[in-house]
Design a protein around this ligand. Structure first.
Ligand SMILES: Cc1cc2nc3c(=O)[nH]c(=O)nc-3n(C[C@H](O)[C@H](O)[C@H](O)COP(=O)(O)OP(=O)(O)OC[C@H]3O[C@@H](n4cnc5c(N)ncnc54)[C@H](O)[C@@H]3O)c2cc1C
Length: 390
C-alpha cells in the first residue's frame, strides 16, 4: 500500500467532517431523497434506480481497478464515502446493500478472480448493470459456516452443484452468485471451493423477497441449487481454497461494512440533539435535564469510539498488518453501540420516537440486523478470546 493510502486513513480518523465524507453526504441528500421511501420501507421494496445512482456516483467502483472502470482508490476513500452515504441517505437498507455487494461479492472477485472473470462479472457490477450475491449461510450452518452441506461434484462439463443457501443479501434480484460448496466432503474446511453461478443457469432458483424486521429495502432470500452445472472456468480461486477466501473476505466485511452505519448513527445524534434543544417540558428545554444531555453525550462517545476503531482498522490494513483482532472488535463495538444509540434516541424522542412516521424507531430495527451480518457478536467475542489465547 502507498503512503498516500495510510495518509488518507489517518486524515479520515482525525477529521469527522472529512471533505470526501461531506461530499458523499451532500450528494446523497440531493440524489437519494425518495418521497416514496416510507411506503417502500413498509412494503420491503428495493429501489433499483437509487442503486444505479449510487453506481453512477462511482461509489461501487472506488477500489476497483481502473482498467475495469473502477477508481483504483484506497480503502479510506470507500469508508468515507459509505459514511457519507449513511449520513445523507434515509434509506439505510439501500446503502447497506451497496456496501455489502462491494465488500463481499466485489471484494471476492477483485481478490481472487481471473482477469476473464473480473471482466465478465466484476466490471458490470461497478455500473450496476448486474448485481451479485455472496452465498455461504445455509439452513443448518450459520455461525458454523464450514459445516455447509452444499456440494459441487466434478462432471464432464465442469461441476454440478446441489444445495440450499439462505439469508442471502440480494438473492431475489441478483444476476449471479458467489457460492461456497464442498468439493471434497471428507476434507473439512480444506474441501470447500467457491463458484460463480449465473442466476439463469438451469437448476438455480431463488425465493421471493423475505420480509424482515429492519433493512427492509435490502432484498433478501434463499438460493436453491438443484443439480445446476457450471463450467470449470467458473471456479473462483483454487480448488479447496474456499474457506480461506471466505475468511479473508468476511474479515474485510466485518471490519468495514459498518462505515455506513456510523454515518446513520451520526445523523441520529444530530437529529436527537436538535430535538432535545427544541422540545420543552416543565417550562424548559429537555436538553437542560442532565438525564437527557448525558444520553446525548454517551451517543457522541459511542460514535466517536466506533469511528476511531474503524479508521484504526483501516490504518492497519493500509499498513499491511493483520486486522483479525481489530475487525472483530470494530464490528462488535460499532453494531452493538449503533443499537444502544438507536434505543437512546427513541427514549429522548418519547412517543415521537416510538411512532413509525418520524423514522426514529426504524433505526432500532436497522441496527438489530447488524448484530448478525458478518458473524454475530458472540462469534466476534470467540475470535477475540481465541486471539487472547483463551
Ligand atoms: C441482514 C442479514 C444479511 C445477511 N446476508 C448474508 C449474505 O449475504 N450471505 C450469507 O451467506 N449470509 C448472510 N446472512 C446470514 C448471517 O451470516 C447469519 O445470520 C449469521 O452467520 C448467523 O447465523 P444464524 O443466523 O444461522 O445463527 P446461528 O449460527 O444459528 O446462531 C444462533 C445463536 O447462537 C449463537 N452462537 C452460535 N454459535 C456460537 C458459538 N460458537 N459461540 C457462542 N454463540 C454462538 C449466535 O451468536 C446466535 O446468538 C445475513 C443475515 C442477516 C440478518
Amino acid at each position: 500500500m502507498s503512503l498516500g493510502t495510510v495518509d488518507l486513513a489517518l486524515d479520515a480518523l482525525l477529521d469527522v467532517d472529512h471533505p470526501i465524507k461531506a461530499a458523499a453526504a451532500e450528494w446523497a441528500a440531493g440524489n437519494l431523497a425518495d418521497p416514496t421511501f416510507a411506503q417502500r420501507e413498509r412494503d420491503c421494496t428495493f429501489w433499483a434506480e437509487g442503486f444505479r445512482r449510487i453506481a453512477a456516483f462511482g461509489a461501487l467502483g472506488i477500489m476497483a481497478p481502473p482498467e475495469l472502470g473502477g477508481g483504483g482508490g484506497p480503502l479510506a476513500e470507500l469508508l468515507l464515502t459509505l459514511e457519507g452515504l449513511g449520513y445523507g441517505c434515509e434509506d439505510y437498507g439501500l446503502v447497506f446493500a451497496a456496501g455489502a455487494q462491494v465488500l463481499s461479492t466485489q471484494n471476492a472477485l477483485q481478490r481472487f478472480g481471473t482477469a476473464q472473470q473480473q471482466q465478465r462479472y466484476l466490471a458490470p457490477l461497478l455500473r450496476a448493470e448486474r448485481r451479485g450475491a455472496f452465498c455461504m449461510s445455509e439452513p443448518e450452518s450459520g455461525s458454523d459456516a464450514f459445516a455447509l452441506t452444499t456440494t459441487a461434484e466434478r462432471c464432464s462439463d465442469g461441476f454440478v452443484l446441489h444445495g440450499h443457501k439462505c439469508w442471502i443479501t440480494f438473492a431475489p434480484v441478483a444476476d449471479f452468485f458467489v457460492v461456497f460448496a464442498k468439493t471434497d466432503p471428507s476434507a473439512g474446511q480444506w474441501g470447500v471451493s467457491a463458484f460463480l453461478v449465473d442466476s439463469s443457469t438451469p437448476g438455480v432458483s431463488v425465493s421471493a423477497n423475505r420480509e424482515k424486521m429492519g433493512l427492509r429495502t435490502t432484498p433478501f432470500g434463499d438460493v436453491v441449487l438443484d443439480g445446476c452445472t457450471v463450467p470449470e472456468e467458473n471456479l473462483l480461486g483454487p480448488i479447496g481454497a474456499g474457506a480461506s477466501m471466505f475468511s479473508a473476505v468476511l474479515e474485510d466485511e466485518r471490519a468495514f461494512l459498518f462505515a455506513a452505519e456510523l454515518g446513520a448513527m451520526e445523523r441520529l445524534l444530530h437529529t436527537t440533539v436538535a430535538f432535545a434543544r427544541d422540545r420543552r417540558q416543565f417550562g424548559q428545554r429537555i436538553a437542560e435535564f442532565q438525564a437527557v444531555s448525558h444520553k446525548l453525550a454517551d451517543m457522541k462517545l459511542r460514535h466517536e469510539t466506533a469511528r476511531t476503531m474503524l479508521y484504526k482498522t483501516a490504518l492497519l490494513a493500509a499498513a499491511g498488518r493483520s486486522i483479525t483482532m481489530a475487525s472483530a472488535l470494530t464490528k462488535m463495538h460499532a453494531t452493538e453501540n449503533a443499537l444502544t444509540t438507536a434505543v437512546d434516541a427513541v427514549r429522548v424522542h418519547g412517543a415521537k420516537g416510538y411512532v413509525s412516521e418520524f423514522g426514529i424507531e426504524r433505526q432500532v430495527r436497522e441496527a438489530l440486523g447488524g448484530l448478525f451480518t458478518s458473524g454475530t457478536s458472540d462469534v466476534q467475542r470467540n475470535i477475540v478470546a481465541r486471539l487472547l489465547g483463551l
